[in-house]
Design a protein around this ligand. Structure first.
Ligand code: AMP
Length: 190
């Protein structure tokens, strides 16, 4: 299987690049942010609880997102691989993912980490917020909180995967196509 963790701060381009990668490599896209937003849209209890945290730019509890990924892995038993987008975001989530994949006889192939400057991220997110209507993309304070959560809780994951020799860093600047080419090269040269 080809199992990719697409990593990077909010606004790095994970969603855009995931769409292109799933088309090319026929992978199943698992975005915990998307799953949470569909729970909110469906008005579930989980969604309502998560919304409060998401609107404040904070992470939802590990158990919640781990449970969601667990069930999505089960419902996609025939997948040839997965792109994990926005997951894992903490060491605990990464450990749980290794365990879940291990139980299925597979593992993470690589982490592709997209990097971009904070100013660029804020600019992109505010722009996206105009179309997406996402509350967490429309307020600079919430965006800053999300970037802070990323810096505190999520960046340690780079070390986690580097220790397993699975980290590949890609500069997330330049055109969408250009970044996509760099991601494909990293995958194809693996
Ligand atoms: P995203 O669409 O990936 O930017 O996620 C939007 C929001 O959903 C985040 O700011 C968090 O509040 C929540 N979220 C998404 N994925 C996770 C995760 N793996 N762990 C914790 N919270 C998450």
């Amino acid at each position: 299987m080809l199992n990719i963790v697409l990593f990077g701060p909010p606004g790095a381009g994970k969603g855009t690049q995931s769409e292109k990668l799933i088309e090319k490599y026929k992978l199943v896209h698992l975005s915990t942010g998307d799953i949470l937003r569909s729970e909110i849209a469906a008005g579930t209890e989980l969604g309502m609880k998560a919304k409060k945290l998401m609107d404040a730019g904070m992470l939802v509890p590990d158990e919640v997102v781990i449970g969601m990924i667990d069930s999505k892995l089960d419902t996609n038993k025939n997948a040839i691989g997965f792109i994990f987008d926005g997951f894992p975001r903490t060491i605990k989530q990464a450990e749980a993912l290794d365990k879940l994949l291990g139980e299925k006889g597979t593992s993470i192939t690589m982490m592709l980490a997209l990097e971009a400057e904070k100013e660029e991220l804020i600019k992109r997110l505010l722009n996206r917020g105009k179309d997406s209507g996402r509350a967490d993309d429309q307020d600079t304070h919430i965006i800053e909180k999300r970037i802070e959560e990323y810096n505190n809780k999520t960046t340690p994951l780079k070390d986690y995967y580097a220790k397993q020799n699975k980290l590949k860093v890609i500069k997330g600047v330049g055109g969408i196509e250009n970044i996509f080419q760099k991601l494909c090269e990293a995958i194809d040269n693996n």
